[in-house]
Design a protein around this ligand. Structure first.
Ligand SMILES: NC(=O)c1ccc[n+]([C@@H]2O[C@H](COP(=O)([O-])OP(=O)(O)OC[C@H]3O[C@@H](n4cnc5c(N)ncnc54)[C@H](OP(=O)(O)O)[C@@H]3O)[C@@H](O)[C@H]2O)c1
Length: 204
């Protein structure tokens, strides 16, 4: 279940860092990002900043309370954007991933490999706990660019932040996903919360 991924992110970070103040979620405007923000909100001492290019969702989440900080524009391929967005963070979650390239700028490599590098550098500079969301099947030898660049992203994250938590989800599904809601609009929803099939995870 998606609640598994969000609670896993929260529990592990709160256990390892009891003085959590600011959580930055890069890719926070996406499907998983929104629920990750809602999970972090459960801790009243935590402020959540969504690094996003799309402020619509951020404004939507703002109604959840003043724990949601003003959004910071963050394009993952811009190191300066990411450094700015992550300033003062205790926890940084990287949820950025793409299914389709928009060359020449938004290629799989620029977003999922070099972009992950930018986030890892920001985590290191802030001494923040990095939670990096990769994907099942990530493989540096794959000839599928999505899978290959997810693996290259993991490798660079591990080089820069050896203590990063790397999660490799399988398909995440629920009321707002792009999978069952597109393919099977009448698929029954489960308790109103996105679900998360079993998947292996990889962490330090
Ligand atoms: N959902 C799944 O079934 C699934 C399965 C395995 C792995 N994952 C991984 O989990 C992560 C989150 O997935 P999701 O389903 O929440 O994806 P999503 O709904 O497509 O959200 C992706 C997020 O990445 C952001 N993004 C894309 N390009 C960006 C860029 N250049 N700079 C900054 N932000 C950018 C998007 O923001 P904009 O709105 O600005 O584009 C959005 O907030 C991804 O890394 C994905 O690969 C997901």
């Amino acid at each position: 279940m998606l609640s598994m991924i969000t609670s896993r992110i929260c529990i592990r970070t709160f256990v390892t860092n009891s003085k959590v103040k600011k959580v930055v979620i890069i890719g926070g405007s996406g499907f998983i990002g929104k629920y990750t923000a809602k999970a972090f909100i459960q801790d009243a001492d935590t402020s959540i900043e969504l690094g996003a290019r799309n402020s619509k969702i951020v404004n939507e989440l703002k109604s959840l309370g003043n724990q949601i900080l003003p959004p910071v524009s963050s394009d993952i391929i811009s190191k300066s954007d990411i450094l700015k967005a992550c300033q003062g963070a205790s926890i940084i979650v990287n949820l950025v991933g793409i299914m389709h390239e928009r060359p020449p700028i938004y290629t799989f490599d620029n977003v999922q490999h070099l972009g992950a590098r930018n986030v890892a550098i920001a985590a290191k500079e802030n001494n923040a706990q990095l939670i990096h969301i990769s994907a099942i099947g990530a493989d540096p030898n794959s000839n599928i660019p999505y899978a290959k660049t997810k693996a290259l992203g993991e490798i660079v994250v591990r080089e820069i932040c050896p203590n990063a938590i790397i999660i490799r989800p399988s398909i995440v599904f629920g009321p707002e996903d792009d999978f069952f809601n597109v393919s099977y609009p009448s698929y029954p929803s489960y308790s109103g919360y996105p679900s998360y099939p079993s998947y292996p995870s990889y962490s330090s």
